[in-house]
Design a binder for this molecule. Structure first.
Ligand code: FER
Length: 322
């Protein structure tokens, strides 16, 4: 396909793996801001920055480890990989809730597991250690659901389609595999969905299509293209129309649906804010917040993950006490 002059062609992208990883898991934040070490209070308020207490590697806490697995995808007609973070004391005698965590463009199932600066192990481990959340499994899929082993992601319509196909692989192939191979709690109250950038875009899309499957959702720095638009990278046909940025009538909606973005995002700009405005205009309940000063980076990722788990903790604790 010919790309127009405003589009960035594949050859224009310096394809060193380091450059592409800044799309997949965020630009490396040079000056990671530390928050003051104040006591954590469980309430329903969003905190713009993940507290230091929750991203810290603490002496007394055993964190989970990522392992790698594969499953046969009927959607793609091939064996595909995933990384999975199992709690340190993972046991078949217990059952665990599961977060599906979706990487950015050019990423794969190793994008989050190999990037230590997103602090996913620490955030989930510390919040469980402190008793706010249950020990939780995190699954990091490969979101590029193509049936052509030679197809590669890029900024053109054809190359992006496999990301939009991931909903089928997730729901029909990966989730059944995880639910049969690991000791997991099932059902929407125990099944969470989050994603960064391209993964944030698919998180919103999947949530609107299948809201009955995911009780707690967070889309971090979501990429453009859910609805038709043209940005500096490409023209987007749109997965749905603006009027469809909502839940179906009588749909079971997520208990928590967070949409967030840094105020200095140099890659997706104000697209996440536009998603928020469309969801709001169409009456789809969600929480919107901005991370002051954050770029398309790990400060946004840590914030989104922390706030997702904080909301899960608060929502579940308030339901218990009724
Ligand atoms: C785009 C802008 C950003 C786009 C994708 C992204 C497919 C994704 C960025 C990322 O995942 O980091 O126009 O189109």
């Amino acid at each position: 396909m010919e790309s127009s002059s405003n589009e960035i062609s594949k050859s224009e992208i310096n394809a060193s793996s380091e450059d592409l990883s800044s799309f997949a898991t965020g630009i490396k934040a040079e000056n990671e801001e530390k928050t003051a070490d104040k006591a954590f209070v469980l309430n329903d308020e969003i905190e713009e920055r993940c507290p230091s207490l929750y991203e810290a590697t603490r002496g007394g806490v055993s964190y989970g480890e990522f392992i790698h697995g594969t499953y046969y995808s009927n959607t793609c007609g091939m064996e595909r990989g995933y990384s999975i973070l199992l709690p340190a004391d993972y046991s078949e005698d217990k059952k665990y809730p599961v977060l599906y965590l979706l990487h950015g463009i050019f990423g794969d199932e190793y994008s989050f597991s190999q990037d230590k600066s997103n602090k996913i192990r620490e955030i989930v481990g510390n919040m469980a250690y402190d008793g706010y959340i249950d020990r939780t499994i995190v699954v990091c899929p490969n979101m590029y659901a193509t049936s052509d082993p030679d197809q590669k992601p890029g900024f053109d319509r054809e190359s992006v389609l496999p990301y939009d196909n991931f909903i089928n692989d997730l729901v029909n192939d990966l989730m059944p595999c995880i639910e049969s191979e690991y000791s997991v709690l099932t059902g929407r109250d125990n099944t969470y969905l989050a994603g960064f950038s391209m993964g944030g875009r698919e998180t919103i899309f999947i949530t609107l299509q299948r809201p009955e499957l995911f009780g707690y959702v967070c889309a971090i720095s979501a990429a453009p293209g859910i609805v038709p638009t043209k940005d500096k990278f490409m023209s987007h046909e749109g997965q749905i129309q603006e009027s469809e940025m909502k839940f179906a009538e009588n749909a079971i909606e997520p208990n928590v649906f967070i949409v967030c973005c840094g105020t200095k995002d140099s890659v997706v700009g104000t697209y996440p804010k536009q998603y928020h405005e469309l969801l709001e205009a169409n009456g789809a309940d969600h929480i919107w917040y901005e991370i002051t000063g954050a770029d398309h980076d790990n400060n946004a990722i840590k914030s989104g993950l922390f706030n997702l788990f904080k909301q899960i903790a608060y929502d579940k604790s308030s339901k218990k006490s009724i």
